[in-house]
Design a protein around this ligand. Structure first.
Ligand SMILES: C[S@@+](CC[C@H](N)C(=O)[O-])C[C@H]1O[C@@H](n2cnc3c(N)ncnc32)[C@H](O)[C@@H]1O
Length: 241
């Protein structure tokens, strides 16, 4: 693994530290009580019932900003590895780790591409997932347009992202906790730089309702969200109808 250079941008520095970041990412996710992947796996059958799908085995999922492929793995397991799953990840190091982690699952294919330009035909997927990835994209409107484009009519979009806390006291505590994250990151990864970026990007990201508006503007219908841990994170979902 290459060493970080103090002149690196936060993004380059993050890329060079991919395995350590994965460790930190797992540490952070323990803070979300009900992991997104379990919720998506639970909601997917509800979706099927609503759209009257009887045979699930032909369904497919695209997981964008896949990182190390946790969602793809769980979704695949839940469906006896019978679904086609596409993992999209632009970062070479994350891509290689994810691909290697899931190398025994032949129903999962990896694509080195970004959310803004997906290498898929229109109307290809039943489900689109993006977990802690949409905050990192350079063009959120293009990302949502691409998500809408590659979903089949009747397909469903799921997004998990850090969001805005709806409780003043918890917000105050969380702000203090956030200030500690770069120090924790420095301890685990050896540099606080990526975590300063992380906190900044969380603070600058859209609120739950702003993200609903963006989804609406990019074609989605029946949009809903549910807050996790008072809005530390939120899951948004929307349909292509
Ligand atoms: C915090 S990780 C989340 C990984 C995984 N989804 C999970 O929840 O474990 C964010 C991922 O977004 C990827 N990413 C950054 N910019 C992206 C873009 N424009 N398109 C797709 N993925 C992107 C990063 O390379 C990184 O793997």
């Amino acid at each position: 693994m290459s060493q970080s250079n103090s002149n690196d941008s936060p993004e380059v520095s993050m890329k060079k530290k991919a395995p350590n970041l994965d460790r930190f990412d797992r540490f952070m996710k323990k803070k979300v009580p009900k992991p997104f992947n379990q919720i998506v796996v639970k909601l997917a059958p509800e979706t099927r019932n609503k759209i009257n799908v009887v045979d699930f085995t032909g369904e497919n999922l695209v997981d964008v900003a896949s990182g190390t492929g946790d969602i793809a793995k769980l979704f695949s397991k839940k469906n006896d590895n019978l679904n086609k799953i596409s993992c999209v990840e632009p970062n070479n190091e994350m891509f290689l780790i994810g691909k290697s982690n899931l190398k025994n699952l032949s129903n999962i294919k990896w694509y080195k591409a970004s959310a803004e330009k997906l290498p898929f035909k229109n109307d290809s997927y039943d489900f689109y997932t993006i977990s802690y990835g949409i905050r990192n994209v350079s063009d959120i409107n293009l990302t949502l347009k691409e998500a809408f484009r590659v979903l089949k009519p009747g397909g469903r979009f799921f997004c998990l992202e850090f969001s805005k806390i709806n409780n003043e006291i918890i917000n105050l505590l969380y702000q203090q906790y956030s200030k500690a994250i770069p120090f924790v990151g420095k301890y685990i990864v050896g540099s606080s730089q990526p975590y300063d970026y992380l906190i900044k990007s969380i603070n600058e990201f859209y609120s739950q309702d702003e993200l609903v508006d963006l989804m609406l503007n990019n074609g989605f219908s029946n949009i809903e969200y549910r807050n996790l841990s008072n809005g530390i994170s939120a899951i948004h979902s929307g349909w292509k109808i």
